[in-house]
Write a protein that binds this ligand. Structure first.
Ligand code: ASP
Length: 286
């Protein structure tokens, strides 16, 4: 679809949820819109981090050890900032933006990310909700059951039996405003997972990439997405084919592993996933 004469902000609410698509994603994109592309994607992700239905910020999934560790990233052409495993802050995406804008680094992790956030005035905040606490108890019970399978097979079996959820409800946004691009993404991770586990979201080129040709963010099983360096692969292919063909081909590679992507280029936008993925956009003629 050719849309070079429009500003566009495209959001997703994660691949793999049974409750999606949400009917109010369009409202989120519209509320987030600003003439600055980075503000637009960060606004969208903050709205979704504050919405307890999503697995990002408030409502992030609880890990096997009972902790909540969140990853988030932002990018504009030539710049990148992310936080890995940040704890007890309300909006990880805002800290990721501060890493990009206020430090010479691209990534801060764990206690260093928390310390940085506190120094900048981000207060203590508990992102657990009644829903995530009850999901956690179910997961712990399920993981206690006897089985001879290896770890990943165990998880798949638990998912198949509806005992634990597949990864879903991560959030992301891409924007093209006045021909300039930005991307942002935030997640509590892909449950079930160990403390310290890192997925695709905070890794440049894996779950997020933004350059002069466009912006791409991903959702799904972070280990698989990161091994493929999915968003950079897609970015490199921009303008070699229709964007929707590129996305379809790249996602088909994942087979039964959940994966989804949203992307914008100078004159196209597209989204594709191999599971349900709440996606919507706000476009305005310029
Ligand atoms: N990609 C995220 C992760 O693996 C999860 C998701 O997109 O649902 O951390």
């Amino acid at each position: 679809m050719k849309d070079s004469m429009e500003d566009i902000i495209l959001c997703h609410g994660g691949v793999g949820s049974k409750e999606r698509p949400l009917d109010d994603m369009k409202g989120i994109a519209e509320k987030a819109y600003s003439k600055n592309p980075l503000d637009s994607v960060v606004n969208a992700v903050v709205i979704m981090e504050d919405d307890p239905r999503f697995n990002a910020g408030t409502g992030s999934v609880i890990r096997i050890d009972g902790s909540v560790q969140m990853d988030a990233a932002v990018s504009i052409p030539g710049k990148f900032g992310s936080v890995i495993g940040i704890e007890n802050v309300k909006n990880p995406v805002l800290v990721a933006r501060d890493v990009m804008e206020k430090t010479p680094h691209i990534i801060l992790s764990g206690s260093g990310a928390v310390q940085f956030a506190r120094k900048l005035g981000y207060g203590e905040y508990d992102p657990k909700t009644e829903r995530t606490i009850s999901q956690y108890s179910k997961m712990v019970e399920a993981l206690k059951k006897e089985t001879t399978d290896n770890r990943y097979k165990i998880f798949k079996e638990l998912i198949r039996n509806g005992i634990i959820d597949e990864p879903h409800d991560t959030v992301g946004a891409v924007a093209r405003i006045d021909g300039k691009f930005a991307a942002a993404v935030s997640t509590g991770g892909a449950s079930p997972m160990m403390r310290g586990r890192v997925g695709d979201v905070p890794i440049p080129g894996a779950g997020i990439f933004c350059g002069e040709k466009g912006a791409v963010v991903a959702t799904g099983i972070g280990e698989e997405i990161a091994k493929r360096v999915l968003c950079h692969r897609i970015y490199e292919r921009i303008n070699t084919d229709k964007l929707e063909n590129i996305l379809r081909e790249e996602i088909e590679y994942f087979g039964e592993n959940l994966a989804g992507v949203i992307a914008v280029s100078h004159d196209e936008h597209a989204f594709f996933s191999n599971g349900s993925m709440g996606t919507d956009m706000f476009k305005i003629k310029v």
